[in-house]
Design a protein around this ligand. Structure first.
Ligand SMILES: C[S@@+](CC[C@H](N)C(=O)[O-])C[C@H]1O[C@@H](n2cnc3c(N)ncnc32)[C@H](O)[C@@H]1O
Length: 288
């Protein structure tokens, strides 16, 4: 391997990259530098510190530099690495769909703690995006089958790649679907899950560049104070869920009361659950 002319060690590259990203206003400069360097060196992050004085090759430095410059332009780390870890599953990630968020892992956990391992029903994921939620559920519930619905062709193509990589193509089907135009009358579901767009346009305006420039706005922003899509999905859930079927939703910080109100006529056993920051962000309810 060609030595880099400056003989930079691993530790020096971490420090220089972190400082560059810090000056660019990137929120977690050291952590992001470590992720980039570990992906180029094909090592775990902790391993970078086992031999901190190793001199990196010129080729590795070139790759790291290019990726750090991209991150300095506020391109999301997951788009640079082209992957994201969601609930312990490595998924492909790019501009075609929203980057799955860590809080959505809590929604998956809440559902899994309420559904038996032997669940063999049909799950609908409304707004499947990259496929994260439905893939995580079907990998844990080995007898379940799923249908992923999304209005975005781009999202559906990314979800398809992830479903194939995880070997779930026989259990998960995909369908183009717009919940403002289509209905679910033909489908009897046992579990409907959705992390729909729920941001108020004001929240979108104040978002970090990673979100504003690189996430698809149609995946995040909703009318009527962020509640228009949630309201429609609750209506579709009432239409398509079997009696006792479960509806599981992620919603915005201003929505808990609106959610409980909207669920109350057709759903019982309504639970409003908190995220890791103790904010009410999820609802799970049973069709009456
Ligand atoms: C917040 S993203 C969630 C993606 C994925 N489920 C996740 O949790 O990472 C919302 C998804 O809903 C889709 N979507 C937005 N409006 C829709 C509509 N009217 N009908 C169907 N899907 C829609 C978007 O394309 C996007 O993939």
């Amino acid at each position: 391997m060609a030595k880099n002319p400056e003989h930079l060690t691993c530790l020096e590259v971490i420090d220089k990259s972190s400082e560059f990203l810090r000056l660019k206003g990137v929120p977690s400069p050291k952590c992001d530098s470590e992720w980039i360097i570990s992906s180029v060196l094909e090592k775990k992050r902790l391993e970078l510190y086992l031999n901190p004085d190793d001199i990196l090759s010129e080729e590795a430095i070139g790759k790291i530099r290019a990726m750090v410059v991209m991150r300095g332009k506020r391109i999301p780390l997951q788009h640079i690495l082209q992957s994201v870890n969601f609930a312990g599953i490595l998924l492909k990630c790019d501009r075609r769909a929203l980057i799955p968020r860590p809080e959505t892992e809590s929604l998956v956990d809440h559902v899994l703690s309420r559904v038996p391992k032997s669940f063999e029903g049909k799950i609908l994921d409304l707004g499947i995006g990259s496929g994260a939620i439905l893939i995580a559920l079907c990998l844990s519930l080995e007898k379940a089958s799923g249908i992923g619905l999304d209005s975005s062709e781009d999202a559906l193509s990314l979800a398809e790649e992830n479903i194939i990589t995880q070997g779930l193509e026989k259990r998960i089907r995909l369908r183009k679907f717009d919940w403002h135009l289509d209905d679910l009358r033909q489908i009897d579901a046992n579990l409907i899950i959705s992390n729909p767009p729920y941001l108020h346009s004001r929240e979108w305006e104040s978002a970090e560049p990673e979100v504003k420039v690189h996430d698809p706005p149609e995946a995040l922003v909703s009318e009527q104070d962020g509640f228009a899509d949630l309201g429609r999905i609750i209506g579709l859930g009432a239409q398509s869920l079997k009696s006792e079927g479960i509806l599981a939703l992620e919603f915005g910080i201003g929505h808990p009361e609106m959610i409980e109100d909207a669920l109350s006529s057709d759903f019982g056993d309504i639970e409003v659950l908190k995220d890791l920051s103790h904010r009410k962000r999820f609802a799970i309810a049973r069709r009456k």
